[in-house]
Design a protein around this ligand. Sequence first.
Ligand SMILES: [Zn+2]
Length: 447
Amino acid sequence: MSGADVELVLRSTRVVTPDGTRPAAVAVADGRIDAVLPYGTEVPAGARLEDFGDDVLLPGLVDTHVHVNDPGRTEWEGFFTATRAAAAGGITTLLDMPLNSLPPTTTVAHLRTKQQVAAPKAHIDTGFWGGAIPSNVKDLRPLHEAGVFGFKCFLSPSGVDEFPELDQEQLARSMAEIAGFGGLLIVHAEDPRHLASAPQRSGPAYADFLASRPRDAENTAIEGLIGHARRLNARVHVLHLSSSDALPMIAAAKREGVRITVESCPHFLTLTAEEVPDGATEFKCCPPIREAANQDALWEGLAGGTIDCVVSDHSPCTTELKTPDFASAWGGISSLQLGLPAIWTEARRRGHSLDDVARWMSAAPARLAGLTRKGAIEAGRDADFAVLAPDETFTVDPAELFHRNQVTAYAGKTLLGVVKSTWLRGERIAADGAVAGPTGRLLERNH
Ligand SMILES: [Zn+2]
């Protein structure tokens, strides 16, 4: 420990480090982790001690899949409300998706607009994905150089006109362009032909909606993606995997050396099709929440490393757009503030540890985005932490959430794990449900 510079020591009997959970004292200097020391290390003169007792000190969560929708659809969500909800939920870094805001993040000028809007409202550190649409191949490299973390594309309609999907030829062209400058393509992988040929029945029955978004749409899209990535030696990432049928081919592609990573989301890992009530479109998202047996297989994929990370895909809208008809209701699940307890509740039931949760929700998403200063409690990283009481429970009351629209599929659920406080670069930004700030910074790739 350098001593003189240390301004803060955070102590817990359970600090989650890359080498396991142990009693430790984390020394913080200038917003960074200076050293991870034995629990009983003497606190340097002038440094403040925060002792969390048996509450767990986790690395701050990194959520690389958030739709903030700001500017343009701020009645759905905004940077102030989204980042405040994230801070309350133990998240210290988020990356914003390029669509549902107006403008979408498809040119450098649009990126600058988004950054200007986000800067004064960000309670946590915030970065941006760019978008790959049919008309913007020429914008991809400038966006990369301007600091986006990668590029999102759709293979089927996105739901908003200003963000069209790529056909197979356009996908190959964009992927080649992005691979040419060493970038990352992140993909909403549902094949439009399978969606078009699936039965489309409107109404309140979840089974009808599920039938309209078959597993084969995901499986076929992912198979095609693997083919392109292999041929172009391109780096690709599968967003929000729901179909467990795709896991064997993803595992095989990884073994073969194809540069593919995969995420899944709390709703696929903790909610099941069987429990969705008729008309409960707060459970609607695309791809959809599938059956319990599918969920078991996703957990196996996560445990075995075929699925790399767990991120929210927080995609809110107004209450009015969640009509009780699954065909016409807006798709998207709001969970930004609840991801950690939702996953911990199910992870513990299945015999996993908080080391696993930290790997899935902090280290792996940070690695995906190249956020080398985030995602772990080790010297040199930013002093970003979530303090969790892992044995306390709470019941989700949507009225207590900080999302702009208090609609969530988790309403009424009792979850395990209460976030006691959240720390960003050595400052406490949330404590006991109250959030200070905003003091977040904007992040650019490789910074
Ligand atoms: Zn999304």
